[in-house]
Design a protein around this ligand. Structure first.
Ligand code: THU
Length: 134
């Protein structure tokens, strides 16, 4: 599948502009190409009960199962950006989230360039472990 990184980056920046982050003042946007051709996005959505806040990647994964989806959608490529529109490394929890829905081959735009998830979350725990270890 052809990955248009500038399109993903700009969708992530647009989503970043919709962030609800009154507590941290740290807006984040995420966008992804899905294997069904969709480009989806999400932003962080914070909460007065701080721990309840959602990362941009959470909201991205929710969109994966939203409008226009068919079958079992998979993430192909993801861009996450900070307030300046520069690549932002997903937090640990979000790396696990992305792994679940894209696996080892999912491509991520990182601060060191485009990398597969296998390098962003090495030796990951994932769905396969549940199958081989029960
Ligand atoms: N944040 C994300 O949205 N994604 C990440 O991967 C790192 C952190 C958000 C959570 C919180 O709303 C703000 O950035 C500051 O931590």
């Amino acid at each position: 599948m052809e990955i248009d990184w500038p399109v993903l980056r700009s969708a992530a920046r647009e989503a970043m502009g919709r962030a609800y982050c009154p507590y941290s003042g740290f807006p984040v946007g995420a966008a992804a190409l899905v294997d069904d051709g969709r480009v989806i996005s999400g932003c962080n959505v914070e909460n007065a009960s701080y721990g309840v806040g959602l990362c941009a990647e959470c909201s991205l994964v929710s969109a994966l199962y939203g409008r226009g989806m068919s079958g079992a959608p998979r993430l192909v490529a993801v861009a996450v950006v900070d307030r300046n529109g520069d690549p932002l490394m997903p937090c640990g929890r979000c790396r696990q989230l992305l792994w679940e829905h894209g696996g080892a081959g999912l491509l991520l735009e990182t601060v060191r360039g485009i990398l597969p998830m296998s390098q962003v979350l090495p030796d990951a725990f994932g769905p396969d472990d549940l199958i081989t270890r029960t």
